[in-house]
Design a protein around this ligand. Structure first.
Ligand SMILES: Nc1ncnc2c1ncn2[C@@H]1O[C@H](COP(=O)(O)OP(=O)(O)OP(=O)(O)O)[C@@H](O)[C@H]1O
Ligand SMILES: [Mg+2]
Length: 464
């Protein structure tokens, strides 16, 4: 155990240090309470022995300041005859025990041994609790690889505190998943988890989205409206793609983080909010700081804890477990078992997955829908990292019209046809592929009679 002895009496410090050092503890001593407090907070001690009466700062004040700064060590107060009241007051305020001076060596060692036992129990409970914490996200985050397990471990530890966390990693690596996991493992788990994509909304709207606005603060602001910070009060807010935040909003966010208060756009008074902020970015923020597009002070404020998700190709150990996870989900949705051949498993594990976990999930879903029913083989997965095959650029409608609605209809129709083709005419599977309900698919097919007619022809032909 690491012990700190705080007493202005040098001979007492020395004899205690000798005694406790002999029983195998690592012991530090401080005569000056201010310096002792700074060290107690900066270094990790398990037990602190503190005198009740010291000239510069009494022991009770030491205890209060130490606790106020969230110091976690066990405090044992030492008091001379006649100062018991102070020692008892200290006990009431959270000191662990007290030793009346003068003390015999065995009194000291027994008290310390008791504290040690208590500290060991506390740690055990903490480990159990953090394992429990990880249990509640087992269905959410697959973590087989060493890298992911370490990351989740760290996430479970930071979850308990209110620190901001910066989550980085390529697109599709699971940044949002980790953010949700932190929320779920946190004391705020019963409250809301809100996410907003900072890149998707124009600056002015985003400001009012985040902080709210008052009636008349801009054209269209017809009523007072609360922003996400107010709505997420007590909960967790994920600011996604934080790197895209405009300089003006960066400054405002920094103020909110420092002061815990927001002001609605056009509003006068500040409101206290209690929101745990998580931020995510696929873009290296350090670079943005270097080229001046992201404020350094905000970066440091967000980067208190950093969780970096490695790309999937750097943690192939996760692939089989992720595969099983997504296959289970697909099986549940489709109502039939979904499995994978050993050869496919090998191929998938060695694939480079430029789109990371998201790409793997989509590949499994697609293969599960299109596969013939037996275990899925390599050829059931479209592993060609090809580009453009599944995406459409701008499409003009048949009559060359640039009208948005008719262009959208063309795209929809193509997509529906392709899905029907891919599912061998099975509309239920086509709907899954398209990510729409069967009803929506029927509805859309009725609006495109040609699609249906072509489909009916297809139904009568075997697919090659
Ligand atoms: N460890 C994991 N366990 C289970 N599912 C995962 C895991 N990581 C990612 N996923 C799934 O992969 C998909 C992409 O994850 P997520 O949206 O969290 O990625 P992201 O890093 O936020 O991507 P982007 O930068 O594009 O927003 C989601 O469907 C998510 O459920
Ligand atoms: Mg995301």
């Amino acid at each position: 155990m690491r012990l700190l002895i705080v007493d202005d009496d040098v001979s007492l410090r020395q004899s205690l240090a000798l005694l406790l050092g002999d029983s195998g503890h690592s012991v530090e001593t401080e005569g000056d309470p201010d310096r002792a407090l700074a060290r107690a907070l900066a270094e990790e001690f398990e037990i602190i022995l503190c005198d009740v009466r010291m000239p510069k700062m009494d022991g009770l004040t030491f205890l209060r300041r130490y606790r106020a700064s969230e110091g976690a060590a066990l405090l044992i107060m030492m008091s001379a005859y006649g100062n018991e009241d102070a020692a008892i007051a200290a006990l009431r305020e959270g000191a662990y025990d007290y030793l009346p001076k003068p003390f015999r060596p065995d009194e000291v060692t027994i008290t310390i041994r008791k504290a040690e036992e208590r500290e060991r129990l506390r740690r055990e409970v903490e480990t159990l609790r953090s394992n429990l914490g990880m249990d509640v996200v087992r269905d959410l985050v697959v973590s087989e690889s060493r890298a992911m397990r370490d990351l989740l471990e760290l996430a479970s530890r930071v979850a308990r505190h209110n620190t901001t966390v910066l989550i980085t990693g390529e697109s599709g690596t699971g940044k949002e998943v980790i953010a949700r996991a932190i929320h779920r493992m946190s004391p705020r788990s019963e409250r809301g988890f809100t996410t907003i994509n900072c890149a998707a909304i124009p600056e002015q709207l985003l400001e009012s989205e985040l902080f709210g606005h008052t009636k008349g603060s801009f054209t269209g602001a017809n009523a007072d409206r609360a922003g996400l910070f107010e709505l997420a009060d007590g909960g967790t807010l994920l600011l996604d793609e934080i790197g895209e935040l405009s300089p003006g909003l960066q400054a405002k966010l920094l103020r909110v983080l420092e002061e815990g208060e927001i002001r609605r756009v056009g509003g006068r008074e500040s409101r206290k909010v209690d929101v745990r902020v998580l931020a995510a970015t696929a873009r290296p923020l350090e670079q943005a700081v270097e080229n001046g597009s992201f404020r350094a002070d905000l970066f440091y404020r967000l980067n208190v804890v950093r969780l970096h998700l490695p790309p999937l190709r750097e943690r192939p150990d996760d692939v089989p477990a992720l595969l099983a996870h997504f296959a289970r989900q697909a099986a549940q949705r489709l109502g039939h078992p979904v499995s994978v051949t050993p050869a496919a498993l090998t191929a998938l594990t060695h694939h480079s997955w430029p789109g990371n976990v998201r790409e793997l999930r989509n590949a499994v879903e697609r293969a599960a829908v299109l596969g013939g029913g037996g275990p899925l083989d390599s050829k059931d997965f479209a592993l060609t990292n090809g580009t453009g095959a599944h995406t459409n650029g701008a499409t003009a409608s048949a009559n060359g019209s640039l009208d948005l609605k008719s262009q959208v209809e063309v795209v929809e129709r193509k997509a529906i046809l392709r899905a029907l083709e891919a599912s061998g005419g099975n509309r239920r599977q086509a709907a899954v592929l398209l990510g729409v309900s069967l009803r929506t698919l029927f509805y859309k097919m009725r609006r495109f009679p040609t699609a249906e007619r072509m489909q009916e022809r297809k139904d009568q032909q075997p697919l090659q």
